[in-house]
Design a protein around this ligand. Structure first.
Ligand code: ADP
Length: 592
């Protein structure tokens, strides 16, 4: 670019100097030629006048030979041709002619310069001389004494010689001028090129961000240009800052939302894709700029995008194994011809719905048997079938009571679960001595254990204090110990133990009963899941106890689990946070 400016300034300067030089040269040449001619004309007039003055010395009627002699002498002295012409046009003296030549010289009255001088005017005329056969410049002055004309002439060749010499000089001057023009143009071009080059480099550095501002060193146009570039750079950095802020805000929103978003252009190429969309569709790397069909191999989704060109549309489809359900909505963007695809993980909603359906089915199933038995027994009694027989009537009524209790347990467990899941189970977390909590549980269930000859044991060191809710912990322990007694063999042993583990406390309720086969272990904490449904029901179980345990422990920031016991039995365990240090010490002291 700098060469460009240099080249342009150089050519312009050279052209300018050439035009000035050429027009000046032409003007000078013309002016010099004119001056030279005018000088020659004056010289000739002076020669003619001198000749006239010399003729005056010859007296009033000089002899023709004397006239010719004066002409010859003057002609020799001046180098001009001197001619003396009488009033009738006869040539009586001529420095270019011999005496004999004079005899044959034709009458000169018709010559234009002679005619003008005869009329009393001095005249200068360039014309062809028939006498000498070449171009001459003639100057004629009136000769009042002789009544004729004195004329001086010079060949135009002499004038041309002078002009030629001038041309030579002019050529020499032109050569010097060209040299000066080249030099000046080169200097001007170099100066302009370096100024513009520096300016351009600075502007480029400012506009590409390598330099913050341009130095404004003058108040001229270049200074204004630098100022304008600075203003432009300021405006640009403000715009860039605003754009960056806007982009960061949009990115924060796009990255923050859990819904997947994909913006497509008119050719279904991906313009924007947020992390949630990538995660939902399992996209790797950066799919932006690629066509959707190249990166997503889901015919249902591609078909939805195609449908979305006509108007907003939604669809739900399954992905992977186990299936995850995606809900997709496409909205066309009329302005750009593109569209926006919104993706939502509907798996949880689906699972919730199926859980709700399962719950309704399970509850109905659980209710049906006791309700039917109570109804059937009541109907039998009312029909009079058993009222007369007090033993049978008592059996009917006992069965009704048992099933009513089952119903009551079921309703109570369902209510507990609903309260826990609905967040309506207020917890008061405090420091609880685990040994005391275990003691309360075994006291509550002592009778039940005794009925089955099961021994209850506590193996907890004093001073183990958990941060938990007293009522919830009691409910958890009662459920676990009750299960252990229920599903143990007659004469078995159930033990409640506790120990610190990984900064927490782990409480275990173990029994030496039949245990739980491995394939059931991961599911026993699910609602209504039973290893042996018939046995559970006959023992008064609802299938909800362990689910309540899991939820309550979760509320207290712990987890539950199940391990087998060797050679047989189960060990249900739960973790709880340890109590805060100072409070724990106080509690321990009061216990001791
Ligand atoms: P349930 O009311 O039937 O006892 P739970 O949720 O308390 O319901 O227990 C779920 C199932 O887990 C029970 O039906 C039983 O089959 C099994 N189970 C629970 N505790 C024990 C245990 N200590 N030993 C063997 N099986 C157990």
């Amino acid at each position: 670019m700098s060469f460009g400016v240099r080249g342009k300034v150089f050519s312009l300067s050279l052209a300018l100097m050439a035009v000035v030089g050429l027009s000046g040269g032409i003007y000078l040449e013309r002016e010099l030629t004119r001056l030279e001619q005018s000088e020659l004309e004056h010289e000739l007039v002076r020669h003619a006048r001198s000749a006239r003055a010399s003729l005056r010395t010859l007296g009033s009627s000089p002899a023709p030979a004397a006239l010719d002699e004066v002409a010859d002498r003057l002609g020799e002295a001046t180098g001009a041709r001197i001619t003396v012409i009488t009033a009738d046009g006869t040539v009586v003296g001529d420095s270019a002619l011999s005496a004999a030549g004079l005899q044959h010289e034709e009458n000169h009255r018709a010559r234009p310069e002679v005619q003008a001088a005869m009329a009393g005017q001095e005249a200068v005329v360039p014309r062809y001389s028939t006498t000498l056969g070449k171009n001459l410049l003639y100057a004629a002055v009136p000769w009042p004494q002789g009544g004729g004309v004195v004329r001086a002439a010079m060949p135009l060749d002499a004038v041309q010689d002078v002009i030629d010499r001038q041309h030579l000089l002019l050529l020499l001057a032109a050569g010097v001028w060209i040299f000066v023009a080249l030099l000046v143009s080169a200097i001007v071009a170099q100066l302009a090129g370096s100024v513009v080059g520096t300016l351009a480099a600075d502007a480029h550095a400012v506009l590409t961000g390598k330099q913050r501002r341009m130095a404004v060193s003058s108040q001229d146009e270049l200074g204004h240009l630098a100022g304008s570039v600075n203003e432009l750079a300021d405006e640009r950095s403000q715009s860039v800052a605003a754009l960056v802020k806007e982009r960061d805000r949009s990115n924060a929103v796009l990255n923050g939302v859990s819904e997947g978003l994909i913006a497509l252009d008119a050719h279904r190429s991906i313009e924007i894709v947020n992390p949630a969309a990538k995660k939902l569709l399992g996209l790797e790397g950066n799919p932006e700029g690629k066509r959707l069909v190249e990166v997503v191999r889901l015919p249902a989704l591609i078909e939805l995008v195609e449908r979305g060109q006509e108007g907003a549309a939604s669809a739900e489809f399954a992905l992977g194994d186990p299936p995850r359900y995606l809900q997709a909505t496409i909205t066309p963007l009329r302005a750009t011809g593109g569209s926006v695809l919104l993706l939502r993980d509907a798996t949880e909603v689906r699972n919730m719905e199926s859980m709700r359906r399962d719950l309704v089915a399970n509850v109905s199933h659980e209710l049906r048997t006791p309700v039917s038995i109570i109804r059937a027994n009541a109907e039998t009694l009312l029909d009079g079938g058993g009222l007369e027989d007090p033993v049978q009537a008592r059996n009917f009524l006992q069965a009704m009571l048992r099933h009513a209790e089952r119903l009551s347990n079921l309703l109570s467990d369902l209510l507990d679960l609903a309260r826990i899941e609905g967040g309506a189970y207020p917890l008061a977390l405090e420091n609880i001595d685990l040994k005391q909590a275990a003691q309360r549980t075994t006291d509550t269930l002592q009778r039940t254990a005794k009925n089955k000859s099961v021994t209850l044991r506590i193996a907890i060191e004093p001073g183990l204090v958990a941060h938990a809710d007293s009522q919830a912990l009691d409910q958890v322990l009662v459920n676990l110990v009750d299960n252990a007694i229920k599903y143990s063999y007659e004469g078995g042993t159930v033990e409640v133990s506790a120990a610190p583990q990984n900064g927490q406390l782990r409480v275990t309720v173990s029994d030496d009963g039949p245990g739980i086969p491995e394939r059931h272990r991961s599911r026993v904490f699910e609602r209504f899941y039973r290893v042996d449904a018939g046995r559970s029901r006959s023992l008064g179980g609802t299938g909800l106890g362990l689910s309540i345990v899991k939820h309550l422990v979760g509320l207290m920031h712990g987890v539950v689990g199940l391990d087998p016991v060797d050679p047989h039995g189960s060990a249900f365990w739960l973790t709880l946070p340890r109590a805060q240090q100072t409070e724990a010490r106080n509690t321990a002291r009061s216990v001791a």
